[in-house]
Design a protein around this ligand. Sequence first.
Ligand code: FES
Length: 236
Amino acid sequence: MINFEVISRGTSHRISAEEGKTVLEALRQKPELSPPAPCAGRGRCGRCRVILESAAAPLHEDEKDLLSSADIESGVRLACRLPAADGMVIRLEENGAAKIETRAAGGEFELDPILEKKVVHLPAGTLDDQRSTAARVEDRLGLSPGSLSQTIARSLPSLPNPEKPFTFVLESGVPTAFDIGDTSEALWAAAVDIGTTTVALYMVNLVDGKVTSSRAELNRQSPVGADFSSRLEHAR
Ligand code: FES
């Protein structure tokens, strides 16, 4: 096993790799540190540029073809043609390591989610109305008798607290879950954007359409090629 250091945006990362791997192969375990590799490491695109900060290592023929003499003088190397070596220090070019931005879509749009929430207030039962809680809920939601699922019907308290309404989540009009209390101000959904380069997750409140948080990371397949055919070839 060999260990080397990668510096990205001023931060040092220690990478371990098996003997015989190239820097690109070693960095595949950390996609956020991987330089772009559109040709999937075949030495054709010249995009997997890194800067070798430690002692010089012999240049591969492909590097001589794809890098300018100014690049070579400044220590630029191709990660897919540079063997990883114990103790080496690699610096990523400023635009080399991925920087992912997630931004909520702007502009006006009409919300039309298949999920909605409805608040149901049930007054205390009376001698005149001795129906089950489920039957009274169905009545309030305008559902036909017996249409609440058994799971929901069995979970409803037999003596609901008139102070605490139920908030039902309905999918295309069918109740699928409920909360005790009024929770109608938020109905959370996760939107996942799976791209060939990045994968992003957005938390959206379906009540007002606001994106409250987001997280993204590089598609972990990107270090083995920019397109599906390169990735399929890698997997074979
Ligand atoms: S030259 Fe394309 S990934 Fe290295």
